[in-house]
Design a protein around this ligand. Structure first.
Ligand SMILES: Nc1ncnc2c1ncn2[C@@H]1O[C@H](COP(=O)(O)OP(=O)(O)O)[C@@H](O)[C@H]1O
Ligand SMILES: Cc1ncc(COP(=O)(O)OP(=O)(O)O)c(N)n1
Length: 268
C-alpha cells in the first residue's frame, strides 16, 4: 500500500489558477505528495490582475488548519497570502496549537500585477509573529527590501538584507533573485552558517505568474519527502525553471501561468 507525505498550503485562492492555492496544489501533485489547503482569501483574479478579494474569517482559517491537523497530520506547511493582521494572528495560533513543523513562508505582499494582497501597514505583523516560527522564509527582492528596511541593487545588498531578515528569527532564508536585472538570476540561501547560490539563465517570458508560489510549494513538497533544505531548494528551482520554460502560451492576455504538470515524484 502506498503511503503519501502530507502537505498543506495556507494561502489565497486565485480564480485564474496560476498562483495561490491552485498553483500550490498543482505543484504538490507534481511531487506526488498529498495536498491540503486552508484558504485565507478568495481573489477574483486572472492573468491581468485582481478585481476583488473576500477574506475568509480568521475563525474559519484556524478551523481548516485544526481539522486537517487533528485527523490527517502535516509533514510540511507552505504559507502564502495572508490578508491582514487578524488573519496572521489566527494562523499563528493554529501553527502553535498544532505544533506544525517545516513551515515555509512566502511573505506575499504585492502580486505581479501591482495589486496589494497584504493590507498596507500590516507587514510588521507578518514579520514579528510568523518569521520566528519559520523553517524557511522566501522573500522576493521587494519583499526583502521591506522586511529588512534596506535597498537591494547588488549581490552584496542581497547578503546584507538576508542577514537582517535572519536576525528576525527564521531558521533559514532564501532570497529570490527573480526581480534582479541581467541575463542570469541568482537566488541565495542562508542557513545561519553558510550562503549557497542557485543561479540559472533568465527565461525571456511574460508567462511568470505564480513563480514565487510554485517555488515555495515545491520546496515544501520536497521537504515533506525528507530532503535536506539544500536539496529541496535545488530540486524546487529545477522544477520552477522547467515549469517557466514549458509555460503555455494561450492562457490569458497578461502574465500567464506556468506549466505545473511535470513529474517530479522520482527526482531526489
Ligand atoms: N524569467 C525567469 N527565468 C528563470 N527563472 C525565473 C524567472 N523569473 C523568476 N524566476 C525564478 O522563479 C523563482 C521566483 O522568483 P521571483 O520572481 O523573484 O518571486 P516572486 O514570484 O515571489 O516575485 C526564483 O527561483 C527565480 O529565480
Ligand atoms: C492568491 C494569490 N496568492 C499569491 C499571489 C502572488 O503570487 P506570486 O507567486 O508572487 O506570483 P505573482 O502574482 O507575483 O506573479 C497571487 N497573485 N495570488
Amino acid at each position: 500500500m502506498k503511503r503519501l507525505f502530507k502537505t498543506i498550503t495556507i494561502a489565497g485562492s486565485d480564480s485564474g489558477g496560476g498562483a495561490g492555492v491552485q498553483a500550490d496544489i498543482k505543484t504538490f501533485q507534481a511531487f506526488d505528495v498529498y495536498g491540503m489547503s486552508a484558504i485565507t482569501a478568495i481573489t477574483s483574479q486572472n492573468t491581468t490582475g485582481v478585481s476583488s478579494v473576500m477574506n475568509v474569517s480568521p475563525n474559519v482559517i484556524y478551523d481548516q488548519i485544526a481539522m486537517v491537523s487533528k485527523d490527517i497530520g502535516i509533514d510540511a506547511c507552505k504559507i502564502g497570502m495572508l490578508a491582514n493582521t487578524e488573519v496572521i494572528d489566527a494562523v499563528f495560533k493554529a501553527l502553535v496549537d498544532f505544533k506544525i513543523q517545516n513551515i515555509v513562508l512566502d511573505p506575499v505582499m504585492v502580486a505581479k500585477s501591482g495589486d496589494y494582497l497584504l493590507r498596507r501597514g500590516d507587514e510588521n505583523s507578518l514579520v514579528k509573529k510568523l518569521l520566528p516560527l519559520c523553517f524557511l522564509v522566501t522573500p522576493n527582492i521587494p519583499e526583502a527590501e521591506l522586511i529588512s528596511q534596506t535597498s537591494i541593487k547588488t549581490k552584496e545588498d542581497m547578503i546584507n538584507s538576508i542577514l537582517e531578515i535572519k536576525s528576525l528569527g527564521p531558521k533559514n532564508v532564501l532570497l529570490k533573485g527573480g526581480h534582479m536585472q541581467g541575463d542570469f538570476l541568482t537566488d541565495i540561501l542562508y542557513d545561519g552558517i553558510d550562503f549557497y547560490e542557485f543561479t540559472s539563465k533568465k527565461v525571456n517570458s511574460k508567462n511568470t505568474h505564480g513563480t514565487g508560489c510554485t517555488l515555495s510549494a515545491a520546496i515544501t513538497a520536497s521537504l515533506a519527502r525528507g530532503n535536506s533544505l539544500y536539496e529541496a531548494v535545488k530540486i524546487a528551482k529545477k522544477y520552477t525553471l522547467e515549469a517557466i520554460k514549458k509555460a503555455p502560451t494561450n492562457i490569458g492576455q497578461g502574465h500567464g501561468p506556468l506549466y505545473h504538470n511535470l513529474n517530479f515524484s522520482k527526482v531526489n
